[in-house]
Design a protein around this ligand. Structure first.
Ligand code: UT7
Length: 337
């Protein structure tokens, strides 16, 4: 008997605190750095994002992951004890050890599950879903919880106006279950690639084992995000487009057969440029970057959850997930909902 993976539940969660572009501009003004609501909207499409309140344990990474996971379980009609495996995608874990997957397992009471963290930055949810798909296809796992969650506010570089405007906090989750191999509502294919030679385009220099975050290093913001936005923009447009085409071609499909496109939500202009290259009307592109900014591995699952819950995504529709991120990492998944 062969198996396929099907998503049976989704969930998402965001911190309470809304941070508008005006709030960001005020914060930067205090350091004599200039930006404006108009610039941020025009260049990124972002109007606001959410930041967790430091020290509030209800808004730790694993707490947002927990809230998203509970909603996904409820939709799937499953209990925490039903989960065999937790794949937790994050680059901003609660702690270095234990893994955020273990924090979540403990908080959720998923006593039968084994869990691990995965860091593929903004492509992480797609990497995680791919791992779930593989374990389910080989019948090692019946029910997997995949989470993408970030507290990017903890690594924002407030000295860099081109990156500090982009990021937000949030979580998204999916329950992935085993089904017969030809089950119509399944993950059809996944496509992953990493290019470590481009590490410098988006990285946090210190805070790992290579360079400790000493007071001196922290004073230089080397434990925060360093990014070459212009270069990433070009690569993102190119790779999101090519991964989308690869996923469609692999399944003998063309762009017009796609019902929904969920790209990583980094910048509205990137999304628009990809849609244009694919000749895909924007009506088929799901976007929430305006309300949440770039939440890295949480963008794709939170957007999926929103569109499932508000009824835009309907049973039997074809959905393409597509992302790029620090690493650099790339990934796409084509699925039938
Ligand atoms: O998950 C992956 C995460 N990263 C990304 O996806 C980043 C992708 N890149 C982007 O989203 C865009 O490149 C940015 C939003 C980062 C920047 O937009 P851009 O249109 O590429 O601007 P730019 O870097 O070419 O800069 C244009 C100008 C510069 O001024 P000069 O040199 O022309 O005088 C910047 O200094 O805009 C200036 N600028 C700003 N001005 C006001 C950069 N950031 C800001 C700002 N407010 N926040």
């Amino acid at each position: 008997m062969e198996y396929a993976a099907t998503i049976t539940g989704t969930g998402s969660a965001f911190p309470e605190h809304r941070v508008t572009n005006h709030d960001i501009a005020d914060r930067l003004a205090a350091s004599n750095i200039e930006t404006s609501d108009v610039w941020i909207r025009e260049r990124t499409g972002i109007a606001e994002r959410r930041f967790s309140t430091p020290g509030n344990s209800d808004e730790y990474n694993s707490s947002l992951g927990l809230a998203a996971a509970q909603k996904a379980l409820e939709m799937a009609g499953k209990a925490p004890e039903d989960i065999d495996q937790i794949i937790y995608s994050t680059c901003t874990p609660d702690t270095i050890i234990p893994s955020t997957a273990c924090w979540l397992q403990y908080k959720l009471g998923a006593v039968r599950a084994w869990g691990m963290d995965l860091n593929a930055a903004c492509s992480g949810f797609i990497y995680g879903l791919t791992i779930a798909d593989q374990f389910i296809r080989t019948n090692q796992v019946k029910t997997c919880l995949v989470v993408g969650a970030e507290i990017l506010s903890s690594i924002i570089n407030w000295q860099d106006r081109s990156s500090c405007i982009l990021f937000g906090d949030g979580a998204g989750a999916a329950i992935v279950e085993s089904a017969p191999s030809e089950f119509p509502h399944r993950i059809l294919s996944s496509h992953l690639l990493s290019d470590g030679s481009l590490w410098e385009l988006l990285h946090v220099p210190a805070g790992g084992s290579a360079q400790a975050a000493t007071p001196d290093i922290m004073a230089q913001n080397l434990n925060k995000i360093h990014m070459n936005g212009r270069e990433i923009f070009k690569i993102a447009v190119r790779t999101l487009t090519s991964f989308a085409m690869t996923a469609l071609e692999k399944n003998g499909m063309t762009v017009d057969m796609l019902d929904w496109f969920i790209p990583h939500q980094a910048n509205y202009r990137i999304i628009e440029a990809v849609a244009k290259r694919l000749e895909l009307p924007m009506e088929k592109v799901l976007v929430n970057v305006d309300r949440y900014g770039n939440t890295s591995s949480a963008t794709v699952p939170s957007m999926l959850d929103e569109a499932v819950r508000d009824g835009r995504i309907q049973k039997g529709q074809t959905v393409l997930l597509d992302a790029f991120g620090a690493g650099l990492t790339y990934g796409a998944i084509l699925l039938r909902w």
